[in-house]
Design a protein around this ligand. Structure first.
Ligand SMILES: [Zn+2]
Ligand SMILES: [Zn+2]
Length: 138
């Protein structure tokens, strides 16, 4: 088992994986904080990032992390937005805006397509080779 220092309190603990490098005690506190933030947003749907951060005593970076993990959601009139990781457009949850999400999906599809066209190019070359051989046989 791997032993690490907790990023928050510095205590040694048995690391079991995950993005948060926190000891079980700090992890539990963070979960409590998450519930607090979630409740606060439900009660104050129009609160902005700084207000939530100040009232719940949690960093804006932590709030942003929860948004990226799609654990927090906001109503349409909420002033909260985070930047799309590709184009910087304002989004309310996740990592990419709708347009970039589609773009990324298309690009993945394109990669697949170009791979099959390489296969086609190989087939054409092979056919040409055969044609040349027939010519030499004559
Ligand atoms: Zn800790
Ligand atoms: Zn985008």
């Amino acid at each position: 088992m791997e032993v690490k220092n907790c990023k928050n309190c510095g205590r040694l603990y048995n690391y079991i994986g995950g993005v948060y490098r926190l000891c079980p005690e700090c992890m539990r506190k963070l979960e409590e904080k998450f519930q607090e933030v979630k409740d606060y947003i439900e009660d104050n749907p129009r609160a902005d990032m700084r207000e939530i951060s100040e009232n719940c005593d949690v960093s804006t970076r932590q709030i942003e992390q929860w948004i990226r993990e799609e654990r927090l959601s906001f109503s349409d009139d909420s002033p909260i937005g985070i930047a799309c990781e590709v184009c910087g457009a304002t989004i309310r949850t996740g990592r990419y805006c709708e347009r970039c999400k589609n773009d990324l999906a298309n690009r993945l599809g394109g990669m697949y397509g170009s791979r099959s066209s390489t296969v086609d190019a190989d087939k054409i070359r092979e056919r040409r080779e055969k044609a040349r051989m027939r010519f030499l046989d004559k």
